[in-house]
Design a protein around this ligand. Structure first.
Ligand code: 2NL
Length: 350
């Protein structure tokens, strides 16, 4: 036992603590060495009180207590200091270097068919139509039967239609037009009615640059008292004027669809050459953009509407071809490939 065990423990502690601690491990070692319950030097001082002559024990005890307080105080300050350094180094590790160049978030763009669809929707919304939606997987009844297709009509052939379940009570198929949406809407809401039904449709076609098996259309259906082909023609004139931004002549070419009578293909005077002839209209001066007609009485009846009281017109227009016309890309398949080099060229908002 040295002459002054308290003095030498304190001196050793002051020297070590004065050097500071570089890490939590060093701190724990220092704390254990001096304050450890079993082998700590400070508790050891108290154990050594046995060897102190009886008359000096009081003074020894007071000094030992003072030493203990000094060591505990210094250890607590070292712990705080260590904690502060740890927090600081975590913060530094996460810090943002504001002088680095920023990371640019890449912005998306709208699909060309979405742009065209939204423009068409806006125009018809202004004309008082509502937008209807429905399933892409539908059945023969809604896609064909209620639309006055005879049972043996060629469109019902698997050459033209993707059937999903032929054994179902009404065979399941991928809709070949959005007419079934309109059929449901007319059945549910009745007349008068003024709707458009935009959406994706499917036909079992051999795919090439100008034919797709998956494409998009907008159909329209108006059922009111006294509706005629004249209303249909006026509607197209108003629509094309808004869509092309200029007055546009409209021509009807008689044709046949089972769900309308009479039926007409709709040609708009080519807005790119004002009818003079250009590559876009294949030098004809006209663009055939839709099929249309006045709704067949059988279709009205099938939807619970009395054809003696109400008449209607309807039309269907392909959106993919309109997009191709506006943006002049070379291949319809680009619309389905999801190639960003193509898609990122279109507007970000519309
Ligand atoms: C085309 C032809 C057309 C219709 C669609 C229709 C819908 C109902 C009743 C009657 Cl619910 N008609 N739709 C009428 C005529 C033509 O589309 O060539 N589309 C691209």
């Amino acid at each position: 036992m040295p002459d002054d065990p308290i003095g030498s423990v304190l001196a050793a502690f002051r020297e070590e603590a004065g050097r500071g601690v570089g890490s939590r491990a060093e701190f724990e070692r220092l704390k254990g060495k001096y304050l450890g319950r079993e082998k700590g030097l400070v508790p050891g001082l108290f154990a050594g009180i046995r060897d102190v002559p009886a008359g000096e024990r009081g003074a020894f005890g007071s000094r030992a207590n003072a030493a203990k307080q000094e060591v505990e105080g210094a250890i607590a300050r070292l712990a705080e200091e260590l904690q502060r350094r740890e927090v600081e180094s975590r913060r530094a590790a996460q810090a943002v270097d504001v002088t680095l160049p920023g990371r640019f978030a890449r912005r998306g763009s709208l699909h060309p068919v979405t742009i065209v669809r939204r423009r068409v929707e806006q125009i018809f919304l202004r004309m008082g139509y509502s937008i209807a939606d429905g399933p892409e997987l539908d059945n023969d009844r809604h896609n064909f039967e209620l639309l006055n297709f005879p049972p043996e009509h060629p469109a019902r052939d698997s050459q033209d239609t993707f059937f999903v379940d032929r054994k179902a009570k009404s065979p399941l198929l991928l809709r070949t037009h959005t007419s079934p949406v309109q059929i449901r809407e007319l059945t549910r809401r009745g007349a008068p009615l003024r709707i458009i039904a935009p959406g994706r449709v499917y036909r079992n076609e051999s795919v090439d640059a100008t034919h797709a098996a998956v494409f998009h259309q907008v159909e329209a259906l108006v059922v009111e008292r006294g509706i005629s082909m004249a209303d249909l023609k006026g509607t197209f004139e108003e629509f094309f004027a808004a869509f092309f931004g200029r007055p546009t002549k409209v021509r009807f070419i008689p044709t046949f669809f089972p769900f309308v009578e009479p039926g007409a293909d709709v040609a708009a005077q080519c807005p790119f050459c004002s009818g003079a002839g250009c590559p876009k209209c294949k030098h004809s001066g006209w663009l055939e953009l839709a099929g249309s007609g006045t709704v067949h009485p059988n279709v009205l009846k099938a939807c619970g509407v009395d054809p003696e009281e109400y008449t209607g017109f309807a039309f269907g227009m392909g959106l993919d071809r309109v997009a191709l016309l506006l943006y002049e890309f070379p291949d319809l398949r680009l619309l389905l490939d999801g190639d960003e080099r193509f898609l990122s060229q279109f507007a970000r908002e519309a």
